[in-house]
Ligand binder design. Structure first.
Ligand code: C2E
Ligand code: MG
Ligand code: MG
Length: 764
């Protein structure tokens, strides 16, 4: 009897080992192989330790064998549950509980390991089989055995729950492979309970391990559900986005999917697909002589035009015999739509929907080429300070404004075959036949847009540059540049809204660009120098002079400031030039001081931009300190508009400069709009009146009266008066009578080189 048991156990071991070897060979790459291998190895070891307990007639060895076997049953149950988790893909469940079970298993193993000595789990007794072989069997189970038993079943229960979950979720055709594993686990559990309830000396349920191993191996690695392939293929075809029709050797439709039915939706009967295929073969007799055909088709499906690329293919078996053919209808509508969208995006501006610059140029060129004898006009727009609008009102409101402008441009183009587009940021362009162009419409738009942010809050200022296409062979991009040149000439103006391009504009723009690019090198190589125009008292005494910049250009010779100051102000380069000029003046004053000419001063000009771009006070005072000068020697000429626009944080600047000792003068008094207000609010030392401004009015008599009054006013406000632009002796005489203290003008002297000034006025 004992020997039969041993043989049975050996057979079980062989079966399990066989499964193990095959599983390694067959499922090397599969993730399932490792957990399966563990189940098989634990069960082999468990059976061997059971066999050892049975084989040797030693009480101690029996205790050890049975204890090891029980420890391995727990390991096996754990491995089996881990396998089920991998096999079913149900992973997340019980992950925390597994740690808890691990601790319990450890406790169980310790108890079992101590059992040969303490007999706390089970006891063994000796017995003999019918042919007299003695062996030990488990004769009594103590209370701790219940713990071991419960633990093992609990672990298996987790596996069972996973399997049940998987079975419930799986499609019908897969349910079987999980169900069989579940059944086998349940059979082993029931078998074991059955053994426990019998008074048997041998645990027959162990032999079921072999059945478990074989089943696990077969169903997890070998088994493929019946008809799976066919069903999978049918599901695949049914779920394909493309339409498929399979046709048998007799030309009968054997199978088709939903999309294929939709493809034939214009035929309204049950045999729509068959009818369509028959018709197709009639229309395409060449299909019988061709193994493959591809063609495009447009079909109306659910009221929508859909575009297809279709394939027809004949199929042959392994011996090369014709067995049928199939059709595939690839629905490419979305691809076509995407391509069309991409094309639209690459040619249109995203925000406004107008053409982008590249496409505007293409379309405008097309329009002009199609109307060769018609004169055209290119209009470009610009919003003054658009960046500031974005800053103040936010990008969203900025976009709204752009949309409004786009709308205005579009309506100018509508109905007359014009082309419009958005070039960049706030620049739009319109290519319009001259006969349709109406400047008044531009002005109306500009008025409408000006109150975009409300009447009183912020006035939107539009500028329009116009290029009358006189050279149609130019590229449209260059034509737009020309319209933009025109804008450039009015971009600082609040009065001018429309500017027409002419060639001088381009030249002046180019010369501005040239000056900007040459500035750095010119400053570095000392091309900027000071000319001095003397300032003389009524008695003819020299007091000093105004330092006026001159650019001694290596090619163009002497360039006067009227040609470049504005450009450098626009670009911000002016503050570099001014601080350079102030230093030249200080150096000159320093030289005069060394020669004992302490009474003569120099006036320097301060641009309105300096107050925004540099530390005027810091720069001037450090120059005075550097050259150890009396600040009274340096007169500062600031124009009235510059003074009124000094940034808020520098409001005290004028009084600071005066407190330091500088003489501050209001230059070109009378040129601004708020002259009298300026006098009310500002405390300066000198009022510098430009005769030129008064003369412009044309009414000399009245000018003279105003002049006299201004001089009197200045005197009563405790200010000295300098009149510049004095060109004649009569003017000088009149000014003297009016009480003017100091004169500057061509009548006395033009601005001159420093050496000339020194020779004429300072060397006695
Ligand atoms: P401004 O400061 O009002 O300088 C006086 C301008 O009037 C000078 O022109 C001078 O040559 C001119 N002028 C003097 N007497 C007469 C006269 O009797 N009749 C006429 N028609 N003109 C006369 P300039 O030197 O061409 O300077 C022009 C302007 O350039 C200056 O006006 C000033 O605003 C600016 N400027 C000159 N140098 C500098 C400088 O270093 N920095 C800054 N920021 N601006 C400067
Ligand atoms: Mg001046
Ligand atoms: Mg002046």
């Amino acid at each position: 009897m004992k020997l039969i048991h041993i043989v049975n156990l050996a057979a079980a071991v062989m079966i399990i080992l066989g499964c193990y070897i095959f599983s390694v060979k067959k499922a090397k790459q599969q993730t399932i192989q490792k957990p399966l291998g563990r189940v098989l190895l634990f069960s082999v070891c468990g059976i061997i330790s059971y066999a050892v307990a049975l084989l040797f007639p030693s009480r101690m060895l029996a205790y050890i064998g049975y204890s090891v076997y029980h420890i391995l049953t727990i390991a096996m149950a754990m491995a089996l549950t881990a396998f089920v988790s991998e096999y079913t893909g149900v992973r997340t469940m019980f992950s925390k509980e597994f740690y808890f079970i691990g601790v319990l298993s450890l406790a169980d193993s310790v108890m079992l390991a101590l059992n040969p000595f303490l007999h706390g789990v089970f006891r063994v007794s000796k017995t003999e089989d019918i042919i007299g072989h003695t062996y030990y069997y488990i004769s009594r189970r103590e209370n701790l055995y219940i713990f071991h038993f419960t633990l093992a079943y609990l672990i298996l229960a987790i596996g069972i729950v996973m399997l049940l979950k998987k079975i419930l979720r799986s499609p019908k055709i897969y349910k079987l492979k999980y169900l069989i594993i579940l059944l086998i686990i349940v059979i082993v559990m029931v078998g074991h309970v059955f053994y426990l309830s019998m008074d048997s000396t041998f645990d027959y349920s162990i032999l079921l391990y072999a059945a478990v191993a074989a089943a696990l191996f077969y169903f997890s690695i070998i088994y493929v559900p019946r008809g799976l392939m066919e069903k999978l293929l049918l599901f695949t075809i049914a779920n394909m986005k493309d339409g498929i029709v399979c046709v048998d050797i007799d030309g009968k439709v054997a199978h088709y999917n939903k999309t294929a039915r939709e493809y034939c939706s214009d035929i309204d009967n049950e045999n729509a697909v068959s009818d369509y295929i028959n018709q197709w073969f009639n229309d395409n007799p060449e299909a019988l002589d061709n193994d493959e055909l591809t063609w495009k088709d447009v079909r109306q499906i659910d009221g929508e035009m859909r575009r297809f690329i279709n394939d027809y293919k004949r199929i042959y078996d392994s011996e090369g015999k014709y067995v049928g053919c199939f059709f595939i209808y690839h629905d490419r509508t979305n691809d076509y739509k995407r391509i069309a969208e991409e094309k639209y995006r690459s040619s249109h501006d995203f925000l406004t929907g107008l053409y982008n610059k590249e496409h505007f140029c293409i379309e405008a060129r097309k329009l002009m080429s199609e109307n060769k004898d018609v004169p055209f006009i290119i209009v470009c727009t610009d919003v003054k300070n658009f960046k500031m609008i974005n800053e103040i009102f936010g990008v969203k409101r900025g976009d709204d404004l752009l949309l409004r402008i786009a709308g205005a441009i579009r309506s100018l183009a509508e109905g007359n075959g014009s082309v419009c587009g958005r070039l960049t940021g706030d620049r739009f362009a319109l290519c319009i036949k001259k006969e349709h162009f109406n400047e008044a419409a531009l002005l109306e738009d500009s008025v409408r847009l000006s109150s975009f942010f409300g009447e009183d809050i912020f006035k939107v200022q539009m500028h329009f540059g116009i290029y009358e296409v006189t050279e149609p062979e130019l590229s449209v991009s260059v034509m737009c540049d020309r319209a933009n040149f025109a804008i450039h000439t009015i971009k600082d103006s609040y009065q001018s809204i429309v500017a027409y391009y002419n060639d001088e504009m381009r030249d002046s723009f180019l010369s501005e660009q040239k000056m900007i690019s040459e500035f750095e090198a010119a400053l570095g190589s000392g091309q900027f120098t000071a000319y001095i125009q003397p300032q003389i008292t009524a008695e003819g005494r020299i007091l000093g002079g105004e330092a006026l910049v001159r650019w001694i250009h290596p090619v163009e010779g002497l360039v006067s400031p009227g040609k470049f100051i504005e450009t450098f102000e626009q670009t911000g380069l002016i503050c570099r030039l001014d601080s350079y000029m102030w230093e030249i003046a200080c150096i000159q004053l320093c030289k005069w001081r060394q020669r004992g000419l302490l009474d003569n001063y120099l006036s320097v000009n301060i641009s309105k931009k300096d107050f925004f771009l540099m530390d005027v006070y810091g720069t001037l005072t450090s120059l005075i300190e550097k050259y150890c000068l009396d600040p009274k020697c340096l007169h500062l000429e600031i124009t009235e508009t510059a003074i009124m626009n000094i940034p808020e944080k520098q409001q005290h600047l004028i009084s600071q400069l005066r407190d330091y000792g500088f003489i501050v003068e209001i230059d070109d008094f009378g040129s601004g709009y708020s002259s009298l207000n300026t006098l009310k609010d500002l405390y300066v030392d000198v009022l510098k009146i430009d005769m030129g401004f008064l003369e412009k009015t044309g009414n000399t008599e009245r000018s003279m009266i105003i002049l006299r009054m201004i001089i009197e006013l200045a005197k009563s406000l405790d200010m000295a008066v300098i009149t510049e632009g004095v060109e004649t002796g009569e003017q000088a005489e009149f000014l003297k009578q009016c009480g003017c203290d100091v004169f500057q003008g061509y009548f006395f002297a033009k601005p001159m080189k420093v050496s000339d000034f020194e020779a004429r006025y300072l060397i006695s």
